[in-house]
Design a binder for this molecule. Structure first.
Ligand SMILES: Cc1ncc(COP(=O)(O)O)c(C=O)c1O
Length: 445
């Protein structure tokens, strides 16, 4: 096979030529040839306030001149303190202590390590297992990947991963128990209890899950009783509940955090992506007062440091981005425009390959099937989702393809995570372009 012209960037896929983006404005990005794309995935669920926000760029420039770097194990800094105060106004319950990282995988690592140390400080040193779910994504670092339940992303690294238990997802379209809600009795949530019992509650440190599954599941929304039930199970077994809101946090689902839909307060929330609106690499973990108190009472330092944690430039960028998010009520916008998006996407079920349309707020998924009645997926080698995304891209629309919905390998899905500044007009443009792409793909199948 002939490889694309070489340069010095070690790209993800050596067989692909990636279009080079040079600029963004609002909900559009432009490549070096001047071609415009409607960015229906906000970078990758990141640029929630849209491209070209001068206020954020100014805040970054001012902070770079004033103080670009602070070692967080030696000093505090004002932008990080301000940002923590801002975030704590929006987190549920008493999750008002914020530890900063540089991204989502790091936030997951930190939450697991804080959880481990919390149990150790209380004398529960045997607690070390993290229960997670299949059809999930928690990050690319080895700890976060050990929790991740995406078969394709784990495969090559399996020998390096920690042997943590995974339970089935809350995935009604393809119920892992072959049942339907509510007759199922929430078997997928009770699987958590069974797994804790089997492993021994004294061995289990935490349960981690995405409130609405992101790209690994194409916006899978659980039944309403799911999160209250897993909260109750975790409390009964002294297992920490970690909500991974790296993608769903900061308004994406139409509430500040997705767990707010079910009035659930986890013990920790991991966040990243929309936290800085994409203007700087940043992540964070919001920690409960109970956990903080244990560290304070034992006078126990958290034995952990990332060089770029609580970086003042990233914090200044995020603080300004969140101010815009608050001032423009982008959470309300996501709820309102999200409803419209869902309605318009439902019309795409006129295409025979569209099996399921799902989502919450400005987070949506379209699952493709060969047969709508049996829900039989396409063979993996047909790469239907990739084909839809490729043709949509040619038509000037950025979407996110995924696979593995049916059995870890087969089952195509397209995810959409548009900027929260999306309007009904943008939705119409998106649906129109997707409609055209689906028609083109169907002709080739
Ligand atoms: C739910 C979730 N957790 C963790 C991560 C990892 O975040 P990052 O890529 O910033 O390391 C992602 C990234 O897509 C995510 O969606």
């Amino acid at each position: 096979m002939e490889l694309p012209t070489r340069n010095h960037v070690f790209t993800l896929d050596p067989t692909r030529v990636y279009p080079t983006l040079v600029r963004g404005e609002g909900v559009y990005v432009y490549d070096e040839e001047g071609k415009q794309y409607l960015d229906a995935i906000a970078g990758i669920g990141v640029v929630s306030i849209g491209y070209g926000r001068r206020r954020v760029a100014d805040a970054i420039a001012a902070q770079a001149l004033t103080l670009p770097y602070v070692a967080s194990n030696l000093f505090g800094n004002e932008p990080a303190r301000r940002l923590a105060d801002q975030i704590a106004r929006w987190t549920p319950g008493d999750l008002t202590s914020i530890h900063f990282t540089s991204g989502g995988s790091e936030a997951v690592e930190v939450a697991i390590k804080i959880g481990r140390q919390y149990h150790c400080e209380r004398g529960c040193e045997s607690k070390h297992l993290v229960v997670a779910r299949w059809t999930s994504y928690h990050g690319a670092t080895l700890g976060a990947l050990s929790a991740t339940g995406h078969v394709g992303r784990r495969k090559k690294y399996a020998p390096l991963l920690l042997d943590w238990p995974h339970i089935p997802p809350a995935y009604c379209y393809r119920c892992p128990y072959g049942q339907s809600h509510p007759g199922c009795g929430l078997a997928c949530a009770h699987a958590l209890e069974q797994t804790i019992e089997e492993a021994g509650a004294d061995q289990v440190l935490a349960f981690i899950a995405e409130p609405v599954v992101g790209a690994a599941g194409g916006a899978i929304v659980p039944p309403p009783e799911y999160w209250p039930l897993v909260r109750d199970i975790c409390t009964r077994y002294d297992v920490l509940l970690i909500a991974d809101e790296v993608l769903t946090g900061f308004g994406r689902t139409g509430r500040p955090f997705a767990v707010d839909h079910w009035y659930v307060t986890p013990d920790m929330i991991t966040m990243a992506k929309g936290i800085s609106g994409g203007y700087a690499p940043l992540g964070a973990v919001a920690v409960s007062q109970e956990i903080r108190t244990v560290f304070e009472e034992r006078q126990a330092p958290f034995d952990h440091i990332f060089t770029f944690a609580a970086n003042p430039i990233a914090a200044a960028a995020a603080s300004e981005a969140l101010t815009i998010w608050e001032e423009e009520d982008l959470t309300g916008q996501a709820a309102k425009v999200g409803d419209y998006l869902y309605c318009q996407l439902t019309a795409l079920q006129a295409h025979p390959i569209v099996g399921d349309v799902r989502g919450l707020g400005l987070m949506a998924g379209l699952e493709f099937v060969r047969d709508r009645v049996s829900r039989e997926p396409f063979p993996a080698e047909m790469q239907v989702a990739k084909l839809v995304a490729k043709i949509a891209l040619q038509n000037g629309l950025v979407t996110y393809p995924g696979t593995g919905m049916a059995d870890g390998v087969r089952g195509d899905v397209i995810s959409l995570f548009p900027p929260l500044i999306f309007t009904a007009g943008h939705v119409d443009e998106l649906v129109d372009k997707l409609d055209t792409a689906l028609t083109q793909v169907e002709k080739t199948l």
